[in-house]
Design a protein around this ligand. Structure first.
Ligand SMILES: Nc1ncnc2c1ncn2[C@@H]1O[C@H](COP(=O)(O)OP(=O)(O)OP(=O)(O)O)[C@@H](O)[C@H]1O
Ligand SMILES: [Mg+2]
Length: 228
C-alpha cells in the first residue's frame, strides 16, 4: 500500500475582488499516493493554477483541509508555509525562473543555500544533479547561454536538489518547441520511474498522456479523475 502524501478534503479557495467573491475552487477532494504522476487539466479559468498554488503551499485554502505528508498545512502562517516549501517541495515553472547572474550549478544549489547546508556538500549535490539532467558539460554556463530545454533541465535539477516529497510543474513544456518539450517529458518519465511523485498542470492532452492519472477541473469543481 503506497503512502498517501497529499489529502485534500473539501478545499475551497475564494478571492475577494472588492464586492465580488470569485470562487476559484468550490470544494475539491482527492488524495495522492507517493510515486504517482498526475496531470491537472481543464479550460482556462477553471482553477488549475489556484490548485497548484495550494499544493505548492504558496497560498492557503479559504476552507477545507490539506494534509501534506503527515502535516496539516491548511492554516499555517507564511513562515511555516515557506519552511514547508523549502524542505518538501520542488517547483518547475513554464518560464524556468532561473537567476540570470548565477551559473547552472549555482542555480541548482539555491534551495540548499536557503536551508543553510554546508557549501562543499551543496556544490557536490548540485553537480550530481546537473549531470543527472544531462548538463555535465554546461555546469559553469549562465542561463542566457543555454537553450530553453537546457534551462528547463536546470530548473528540474533545482527542483530535485532537496529530495522533495512532490515536484509541482505548471505547463513545464509551454515555452518549448516540440523536440525540447519531448526531452523534458522523457526526463519526467524517468524521474517518475525512479519513484518521484510529479504533479503537472497542462492544457495539452499529448503532454497529459505521459502522466498516470488526470484530474480535470471545471469551474472550480473536480470534473473527473481518471487513471490511464
Ligand atoms: N489572485 C487572484 N485574485 C482574484 N481572482 C483570481 C486570482 N487568481 C485567480 N483568480 C480567478 O480564479 C479563477 C481560477 O483562476 P486560475 O488562475 O486558477 O485558472 P487556470 O485554470 O489556471 O487558468 P489558465 O488555464 O488560464 O491558466 C479565475 O476566474 C481567475 O480569474
Ligand atoms: Mg493557470
Amino acid at each position: 500500500m503506497a503512502t498517501r502524501i497529499v489529502q485534500f478534503d473539501n478545499v475551497r479557495k475564494h478571492y475577494q475582488m472588492g464586492p465580488v467573491t470569485v470562487e476559484a475552487l468550490r470544494g475539491v477532494s482527492f488524495g495522492i499516493e507517493a510515486g504517482d504522476y498526475i496531470s491537472i487539466m481543464g479550460p482556462s479559468g477553471c482553477g488549475k493554477s489556484t490548485l497548484l498554488n495550494l499544493l505548492g503551499c504558496l497560498d492557503r485554502p479559504t476552507s477545507g483541509r490539506f494534509l501534506l505528508g503527515e502535516e496539516d498545512v491548511s492554516q499555517m502562517d507564511d513562515d511555516a508555509l515557506s519552511a514547508v516549501r523549502g524542505a518538501r517541495l520542488g517547483f518547475v515553472f513554464q518560464s524556468y525562473n532561473l537567476i540570470q547572474q548565477l551559473s547552472v550549478v549555482e542555480n541548482i544549489e539555491v534551495p540548499l543555500y536557503y536551508q543553510g547546508r554546508p557549501e562543499d556538500e551543496s556544490r557536490e549535490r548540485a553537480r550530481e544533479l546537473a549531470a543527472r539532467v544531462g548538463l555535465e558539460s554546461r555546469m559553469e554556463h549562465k542561463p542566457f547561454e543555454l537553450s530553453g530545454g537546457q534551462q528547463q533541465r536546470v530548473a528540474i535539477a533545482r527542483a530535485l536538489v532537496n529530495d522533495p516529497l512532490v515536484i509541482l510543474a505548471d505547463e513545464p513544456t509551454g515555452n518549448l518547441d516540440s523536440t525540447s518539450g519531448a526531452e523534458i517529458l522523457n526526463l519526467f518519465d524517468d524521474l517518475n520511474q525512479q519513484g518521484k511523485t510529479l504533479i503537472m498542470v497542462t492544457h495539452d492532452t499529448s503532454v497529459a498522456k505521459h502522466s498516470r492519472r488526470s484530474i480535470r477541473l471545471r469551474d472550480g469543481h473536480l470534473e473527473s479523475d481518471v487513471r490511464h
